[in-house]
Design a binder for this molecule. Structure first.
Ligand code: AMP
Length: 120
């Protein structure tokens, strides 16, 4: 499937709509989720046009992949959620419940995330 240039995170990356930026480098942008589910809810995205985790893992450069994970660690430290812990989620595709078709990691901290996932 072709990458959708009109998805909301593509618009944020282009500066067409604002975000509350938490972190940025050459490969990564991180910003606060607009509907936070925990006291800390940050979305960490690659600047490249990657639809989901599969696309990213197959097609991103080593530098892009490293940068995304380095950013998660740095944001965890800077947001003071490293000690108490956080949940890192990448909803992927229909069964994963992904709504925005641009890869994003949710970082959820500041309060317990609860059980991992409900049984079917
Ligand atoms: P997902 O269901 O994993 O695709 O998550 C999409 C997330 O994007 C949700 O948690 C939304 O609250 C968040 N979101 C949607 N639009 C915006 C926006 N303009 N700024 C920040 N977060 C957003």
């Amino acid at each position: 499937m072709a990458y959708d240039d009109n998805n909301v995170f593509a618009k944020i990356l282009r500066g067409d709509i604002p975000c509350r930026k938490v972190y940025e480098d050459d490969h990564v942008l991180a910003f606060e989720d607009i509907e936070p589910k925990r006291p800390v809810h940050v979305l960490v995205i690659p600047k490249g046009k990657y639809e989901d985790a599969t696309d990213f893992g197959e097609n991103a450069s080593d530098a892009e992949i490293a940068a995304l994970h380095r950013a998660v660690a740095r944001i965890a430290r800077d947001s003071n959620i490293d000690g108490t812990g956080y949940r890192l989620i990448a909803n992927t595709g229909a069964n994963g419940g992904q709504e925005v078709p641009h890869l994003h990691f949710h970082m959820l901290g500041g309060a317990p995330a609860g059980p991992m996932i409900k049984n079917q």
